[in-house]
Write a protein that binds this ligand. Structure first.
Ligand code: ATP
Ligand code: MG
Length: 442
C-alpha cells in the first residue's frame, strides 16, 4: 500500500501542468453550464478552474456527479456576474449558480488563516475550523483542499490540468492521500474522515497509511461537528452506492459508534449484550438493508435516508420496546419506544422531520401489516411499499416466522380484484371484531 513517497508535509507545491493530450479529458464531457461559468469569470478578468470531484471523476473516466468551480473572484463579485446566483454558507461562503436543476458551485480560492483575520473571515476553536472565509491564490487554495486527488484544476482556456500536489500520480496509483498533516487536517474538519472513507469506497482506492492512521483513533472528533452537517455527510456516505463497503470501513476504523452509538451496542457481544443470535440478526439486517440500498442505487431506483435510518435503528427500537410490551397495548408501547429511539439518535445528528415521520410510519407498518384483514386500507397507504419492503428484509435476515406473512402480502399485491376479495374472505375473523361482539352481548 502507498506510493512510497515521502508524504504529506510540507507540501512541495511544485506546479505541474498536464496538457490536454496527456490527460484525456475532453470538453464534450464537461457540463455546458460549468463551461459558461468558467467563460464568464474569465471574461470578467478572474481566474477560474474546474476543480474537485468533477476533475477527479473525468480523469477516472466516470461521469461526474456535479461540477465545482474555484475562482479568484470573491463571492459578491460572482453574484454580480450571474443573475441566477445565490450566496450560501456562513462557515464556508460560496456561490451557487443555478441553471434549471443544475447547480454549479463556485468557491473563491481559500488561504491559510493568520492572526490578523477578523472573526467573520476565520475562526478556529480547539483546532477545528469554525469559519473559513480567508481568500487567497490558486497555490494556497490547492493546499487547503482535502485530498491530493481532489486538488486538480482543469483550465478550460487551454484544456490543461494543473497539479501542485502530485495528485495525478495518486490517481494513477489508486491512492487517497490527505494534504498536509493528517491529524491537524482531521481536527480542523473531522468530516474529512468520512470523506476519506467515501472516496475510498467510491473509487476503490486505498487510503495511504499516513492518511489512514488517525482514522482508527480520532472518530471521537465527529462529536464536534454541527449536527446538520453530520447528518448530511452520513447520508452521503450511506447513499454513495457503496454503503456495504462504507459500513465495513466505519467498523474497522471504530467510527460507526460515533454515528449510531445505540445501534453499535446492538451489533456487538458485550458483558451486557450476550444474546448471540440477536446480535447476528441485527448485523444481518443492517447488512441486507445496505446491500439492498446499493442495489437500488445501481438500478437508479428511488431511495430515502428514512428507510435506511428505520432499519439501522430497528434493533434500538426493539430494545426500547421490550420492557414496555407487557404492561400496555403494543401500539402505545411502540409510541413511547419510537420517541426514545428517535430522541437518542437526535442527540448525535439532526434528522429532518419528514424523515422521522417516515421512519415512524415504516416502524408502525411492521405491526399493522399483521392485520391482513385491513389489506385494502393498508395497501392504499403512501408508505405501504416501504413498510412491506422492510418486513421482507426482516424475514430474509432471520425472522423466518414472518415469511408466511410476506408471502401473503406478495400474493395479495400481485392478485387481481376478484382474487384479492377471495383472499380476504379466506382469512379468519379478526380478533378485535369478535371481542366487540362479545362486549355487546354482556
Ligand atoms: P462529489 O463527487 O461527492 O461531489 P467532491 O470531491 O466534488 O465529490 P464536494 O463536496 O463537491 O466533493 O467538494 C468539492 C471539492 O471541494 C472537493 O473535491 C475538495 O477539493 C474541496 N472540499 C470539499 N470539502 C472539503 C473539506 N471538508 N476540506 C477540504 N476541502 C474540501
Ligand atoms: Mg462535487
Amino acid at each position: 500500500m502507498g506510493s512510497g513517497r515521502a508524504v504529506n508535509t510540507p507540501l512541495s507545491l511544485k506546479k505541474e501542468v498536464i496538457s490536454r493530450a496527456e490527460h484525456g479529458i475532453s470538453r464534450a464531457q464537461i457540463s455546458p453550464n460549468a463551461l459558461k461559468v468558467l467563460h464568464r469569470l474569465h471574461k470578467a478578468g478572474f481566474e477560474a478552474y474546474l476543480v474537485g470531484g468533477s476533475v477527479r471523476d473525468l480523469l477516472l473516466q466516470r461521469a461526474p456527479k456535479d461540477f465545482d468551480v474555484a475562482t479568484s473572484a470573491h463571492p459578491e463579485a460572482v453574484r454580480r456576474l450571474f443573475s441566477n446566483c445565490r450566496l450560501i454558507g456562513r462557515r464556508f461562503r460560496l456561490a451557487h449558480v443555478f441553471f434549471g436543476p443544475e447547480i454549479i458551485e463556485v468557491a473563491t480560492f481559500r488561504a491559510h488563516h493568520s492572526e490578523t483575520h477578523t472573526p467573520q473571515q476565520a475562526q478556529v476553536r480547539n483546532g477545528q475550523i469554525i469559519r473559513d472565509n480567508v481568500y487567497g491564490t490558486l497555490e494556497e487554495d490547492a493546499e487547503r483542499r482535502d485530498f491530493t486527488i481532489n486538488a486538480l484544476y482543469y483550465n478550460h482556456a487551454d484544456g490543461s490540468v494543473i497539479d501542485f500536489n502530485r495528485g495525478m500520480e495518486d490517481i494513477k496509483n489508486n491512492i487517497i492521500r490527505i494534504l498536509g498533516d493528517p491529524l491537524q487536517r482531521y481536527r480542523e474538519d473531522p468530516v474529512r474522515m468520512l470523506r476519506a472513507i467515501r472516496f475510498a469506497v467510491k473509487t476503490g482506492f486505498q487510503i495511504e497509511p499516513v492518511t489512514e492512521k488517525p482514522l482508527f483513533t480520532e472518530g471521537h472528533l465527529l462529536q464536534n461537528v454541527p449536527q446538520a452537517r453530520l447528518f448530511e455527510e452520513t447520508c452521503k456516505l450511506l447513499l454513495s452506492g457503496q454503503s456495504v463497503a462504507a459500513f465495513a470501513k466505519l467498523e474497522t476504523y471504530n467510527i460507526f459508534r460515533y454515528l449510531f452509538p445505540e445501534t453499535d451496542k446492538t451489533i456487538h457481544l458485550t458483558t451486557t449484550n450476550t444474546d448471540e443470535q440477536t446480535v447476528l440478526y441485527n448485523r444481518r439486517l443492517i447488512e441486507r438493508t445496505l446491500s439492498n440500498t446499493d442495489d437500488r442505487i445501481s438500478k437508479d431506483k428511488p431511495i430515502t435516508p428514512a428507510f435506511l435510518l428505520a432499519a439501522l435503528l430497528w434493533p434500538v427500537l426493539q430494545n426500547n420496546l421490550t420492557p414496555l410490551k407487557d404492561s400496555m397495548p403494543i401500539l402505545a408501547a411502540l409510541e413511547i419506544a419510537m420517541n426514545r429511539t428517535v430522541d437518542s439518535q437526535l442527540s448525535v445528528f439532526s434528522i429532518q422531520k419528514r424523515f422521522t415521520l417516515m421512519m415512524r410510519e415504516i416502524w408502525q407498518m411492521q405491526y399493522q401489516l399483521q392485520a391482513t384483514y385491513r389489506a385494502p386500507y393498508l395497501l392504499s397507504r403512501l408508505k405501504f411499499r416501504a413498510g412491506f419492503d422492510f418486513l421482507s428484509l426482516r424475514a430474509q435476515s432471520g425472522e423466518t416466522e414472518l415469511t408466511p406473512l410476506v408471502d401473503w402480502w406478495t400474493e395479495y399485491q400481485n392478485a387481481d380484484q376478484t382474487k384479492r376479495e377471495a383472499m380476504l374472505a379466506e382469512l379468519p375473523k379478526p380478533k378485535r371484531r369478535r371481542k366487540r361482539r362479545r362486549k355487546k352481548s354482556v
